[in-house]
Design a protein. Structure first.
Lengths: 344, 344
DNA sequence: TTGAAAGCGCTAACAA
DNA sequence: TTGTTAGCGCTTTCAA
C-alpha cells in the first residue's frame, strides 16, 4: 500500500542533528527557530548538518508543545454546482491566500459537499490541525457555527452569518460588503435615469443575509420614490438569472429597468433580454452586483454594477483572524461603489 | 489577537476523561479507537464522560505516535487564471474527495500560485501534516517532484508527469487518460466522415504530456491515411482556441475539419467559425476532447468530443494513494470513447 | 551562550 | 478485560 511506504527508512530527528553537530537538542532547536543567542559558528555548523541530513522538523511534535500549526482552514460549502465556477469565490480566496501568506500561514481548503463531509470536517477542525478557520455562507440552522464555538477554534466568517434565532453575530467576527447600501446605490441610479418600472432579480433572500439586504436596499429606494416593486427570486446562478428575467417580463412586459442581485445572474438576465429582442439599456436598463471583472466586462453590453472589493474582503478576513483587527470579535463592513458601464 | 483565544481554558485530555471515568488512559484510548476488548459498561461510561467533557482527541499527540494524520493534500497549481474556472478540475476534485471520504480521509487543497507559495507548501507537505499528496500538471523542471521524493511522501500524479530528462515516470504512480488513443478515435471519425483537410488545435505540447500525446494521435491517423497535417498550438484556454482557429483558417481557408485538443478551446474555435460565417458541421466538422458536460452540451452546435471519465480519474488517483491499486508504484491509463453530438 | 530535564497528549507493547 | 510503562520529537524553563 502506497501510503505506508517511506522512501528511506526513518526520517532524521532533532536529536540526530544534535548528535551529528556535537551540540544539544536545545541548541539545534534555537537555531531552527531563529533565536539570536546562539554563536555564529555553532549556528552555521548546525545548519550545515540540517542540510546534509535533509532534516525537516516534525510538525506534530512541535504542535504538541506550541499549540500552533501554521495552517488555517478555509471551509467552502457546496462546491458542487457553484463554488468552483464562481469567480466571486476565486477572488475572495486569492485575497485570503495572500494575506495568510504574509503571515507565513498556509491556507488549506476543505470542502463541505455531501452531508457526510460534515462530520469529517468537524473532526478535522476540532483535531487541532489548524490554528483557525475562515467560513462562508452560513445559513440558518447550519451546525458548523455551533461546532466552531464548541471547539473554541478562532474563526472569521465571510458574509454576515444569518442564524435561526435572528441573532446573527453571537461573538463571531465577520467581514461583509455593504449589501443594503450597494443596492440602494444601484436602484437610485436607475431612478435618476428616469426609469419608473424597476424590477429586481433577488437572491435567495430567505437563505442568505446578503440577498435579504440587497432586496431591502431595493425596496428602500422604491418606497422613497413611491414606485411599485416587482420581485423575482433566483438562486445566484446564470440560469436562475435568465429564468427570473423571463418571469419578470412575463409579469410586466413594459418594465424599463432591472436591478439584478449578482453579476452572474445579470449575465443570464441579459441573455433573456436579448432573446426577447429588448435593447439594453434603451429598452431595459440593467444593474448588477459584485463587479466581477470576468463577467461584468465580458457581457454585451458591459455591465453597470455595484463594486465590492472582494479580494480585499478576503484579505480582511484573514487579517482579522491573524489578529490585525482592531479587537477580538470585531467585524468589518466594507463600502460599495457603483461602476458605470453600458448597461445602465 | 483572535488566533490565541480559546473559548474556555484548557481543553480536556485523555487523562481527564480517564480520571473522571475511573479507568486508565489505555482503556479510554481503546474506547476511542473502537477496540472491542472493552466491556460494554466501561465503554458506555467512558463515552458518557467524553460527551460530558466535550473531549476531542488531540491530533498532534496522536500523529506523533501513529505517524498518520488522516489527511491527504491535493496540490493545485496556478489557480490564478485557470483552475477555479476549469470544470475539468472540478470533476477531478470531486472524484478525489469522494474516494478519500470512503477511506475516511480528509482532502485538503493547497494552492501553488505565486512563487513564494512554493516554499510554504513544501514545508507543509514535508512537515507531516498529511499522509500523502495528489499532484497535477507537473511540467519539465517542476521542483515539486524532487521535493516529494526527498520528503518521502507518498504521492500520485494526475496526468503523466513530463520530466526534463524524458524519464517521465521515475517510480511515481500516475493516472492519466489515453490521450493518444482518444485523439486517434477523434481523427479517425473525421476521416470516416470523408474529411480530407483536417487541422488540429493542439495544446502546449512542449509543456504537457497530454498535449503531446493528443498531437501524436492526430498525426498517427493522418499519416495512415496519407493526409497532410495542419497544426496550430494554443494554451488550453477558450481565447487561445479561438485565436488558433483563426490562424488555421488564415493558413488554409478551405479546411473541412478540425480536431481541437480540449473542449474549452473547441468552444473558442466554434466562436471563430461562426464569426467567419462557416457552418458546423457542414463546412467544418469539429471534434473536441474531454467531454465536459458544462461545455460540450452547451455549445452551438453541441460538441462531438472524446470522453474521459474525469471523476473516475480522480477516484483512481485517491484509490491508488490509499493503497487500493494493484501494487505500490503502479499507474493507470483509462480508456476514452467518442461521444457523438452535432459538431461532427 | 549552552545543556539537562521535564513534559505536551497520545498509543502500544507488555504485564497482570 | 484492564493497567503500567515507555516513548513519539519537539520546546522550554531552569541551571550552569
Amino acid at each position: 500500500m502506497v501510503l505506508t511506504q517511506r522512501s528511506n527508512g526513518r526520517r532524521p530527528t532533532l536529536e540526530d542533528v544534535a548528535r551529528r553537530s556535537g551540540v544539544s537538542k536545545s541548541t539545534v532547536s534555537r537555531v531552527i527557530n531563529g533565536e539570536h543567542r546562539v554563536s555564529a559558528e555553532v549556528a552555521d555548523r548546525v545548519r550545515d548538518v540540517i542540510a546534509e541530513l535533509g532534516y525537516v522538523p516534525n510538525q506534530a511534535a512541535r504542535q504538541l508543545v506550541t499549540h500552533r500549526t501554521g495552517a488555517v482552514a478555509v471551509v467552502a460549502p457546496q462546491p458542487e454546482n457553484r463554488l468552483f465556477l464562481d469567480p466571486f469565490f476565486d477572488c475572495l480566496l486569492r485575497g485570503i491566500r495572500r494575506e495568510l501568506a504574509r503571515h507565513g500561514a498556509q491556507a488549506v481548503l476543505l470542502f463541505l459537499d455531501e452531508p457526510e463531509d460534515y462530520a469529517r470536517v468537524t473532526d478535522y477542525l476540532a483535531g487541532g490541525h489548524v490554528d483557525g478557520a475562515l467560513l462562508f455562507s452560513l445559513r440558518p440552522g447550519d451546525r458548523l457555527h455551533e461546532m466552531i464555538d464548541k471547539v473554541g477554534l478562532p474563526a472569521v466568517f465571510g458574509g454576515r452569518p444569518l442564524l435561526r434565532d435572528g441573532d446573527s453575530v453571537r461573538g463571531h467576527a465577520y467581514v461583509d460588503g455593504d449589501n443594503r447600501g450597494g443596492a440602494r446605490q444601484a436602484v437610485r441610479h436607475l431612478v435618476s435615469l428616469g426609469r419608473r418600472r424597476i424590477a429586481t432579480v433577488a437572491g435567495p433572500y430567505d437563505q442568505e443575509h446578503s440577498a435579504a439586504e440587497r432586496l431591502a436596499g431595493y425596496r428602500d429606494v422604491l418606497l422613497d420614490a413611491s414606485l411599485p416593486d416587482l420581485v423575482e427570486r433566483a438562486d445566484y446562478t446564470l440560469r436562475g438569472g435568465a429564468g427570473a428575467m423571463a418571469a419578470l417580463l412575463d409579469r410586466r412586459p413594459d418594465l424599463d429597468a432591472v436591478f439584478v442581485a449578482s453579476d452572474l445572474m445579470a449575465s443570464g438576465a441579459l441573455q433573456t433580454l436579448r432573446e426577447r429582442g429588448l435593447r439594453v439599456p434603451q429598452d431595459v436598463a440593467v444593474v448588477g452586483f459584485d463587479d466581477l471583472a470576468s463577467i461584468a466586462e465580458a457581457t454585451d453590453p458591459p455591465l453597470t454594477t455595484v463594486r465590492q472589493d472582494v479580494e480585499e474582503m478576503g484579505r480582511l478576513m484573514a487579517g482579522l483572524l491573524m489578529g490585525e483587527g482592531p479587537s477580538e470579535a470585531s467585524s468589518v463592513v466594507i463600502p460599495t461603489s457603483l461602476v458605470r458601464r453600458r448597461s445602465a
